[in-house]
Design a protein around this ligand. Structure first.
Ligand SMILES: [Zn+2]
Ligand SMILES: [Zn+2]
Ligand SMILES: [Zn+2]
Ligand SMILES: [Zn+2]
Length: 227
């Protein structure tokens, strides 16, 4: 069985780098985060259950997020967050189902605390045509005050996967969709080879951003977190 190298990411509290599984174990040892948790306990934020979520693209897991979500927040908040950071191209429909795609649908207005419990996995589908699928796994929970005024806190995120230019071996920063769709090539291009690239039937080459939806239905980012 081939094992490819796992994409690492960064803890947003201390900068520590780890794989998505390693990161799950890091947080209990992350002193800036633990300090924040202690401080928030003294604040006036409402005590509630807070869920530790591992969110990843369903088909490779190179793209992943660790986040903490308030138990009182609704699934629609998570849907908006995923759209903002990874998915939104043209306002397609989306849903959450239990365990697998096309399983029992969970209404968007459901509060996290009504559905989440340790080890449950929700399946998120964005766009029922050119669909993007995301797994949301509950890997922990704690009782406490939220760390911010937002319903979700991003705790760690994968680094942009490094890919090489199809013409040379330099790091690719661009992707040509015409190469992919019409010529069965990767379409990955470095800063040098993107210049004077001859294709524009599917638009100019798009900048590679940190999202599993890149290039699908013309998605071109920006793939930044909403907060
Ligand atoms: Zn850390
Ligand atoms: Zn679209
Ligand atoms: Zn190149
Ligand atoms: Zn091309």
């Amino acid at each position: 069985m081939g094992r490819k190298e796992q994409i690492k990411g960064k803890c947003l509290f201390c900068g520590h780098e780890a794989t998505r599984a390693g990161m799950g174990k890091h947080f209990s040892k992350c002193s800036p985060l633990q300090e924040k948790i202690n401080n928030s306990a003294k604040g006036k934020g409402k005590q509630q259950i807070l869920f530790h979520l591992l969110v990843q693209d369903a088909w490779g897991g190179d793209f992943w997020l660790h986040m903490e979500m308030n138990g009182s927040a609704k699934l629609e908040e998570l849907d908006s967050y995923l759209r903002y950071i990874w998915l939104e191209c043209c306002g397609h429909m989306s849903n959450f189902t239990i365990g697998k795609q096309w399983g029992d649908e969970i209404p968007m207005r459901t509060k996290a605390e009504r559905i989440f419990k340790r080890d449950i996995t929700l399946f998120h589908t964005y766009d029922f045509g050119t669909s993007s699928e995301t797994l949301v796994k509950v890997i922990g929970e704690r009782e406490g005050s939220p760390l911010t005024k937002h319903p979700i806190v991003l705790m760690a995120r994968n680094n942009l996967p490094e890919v090489s230019c199809m013409k040379c071996s330099k790091v690719a920063k661009w992707m040509c969709q015409e190469c992919q769709i019409e010529h069965d090539e990767s379409g990955l291009l470095c800063d040098e080879h993107v210049k004077n690239h001859p294709h524009d039937d599917y638009g100019e080459p798009i900048k590679i951003v940190n999202s599993p939806r890149l290039g699908m239905c013309g998605y071109d980012g920006p793939a930044d977190p909403p907060y």
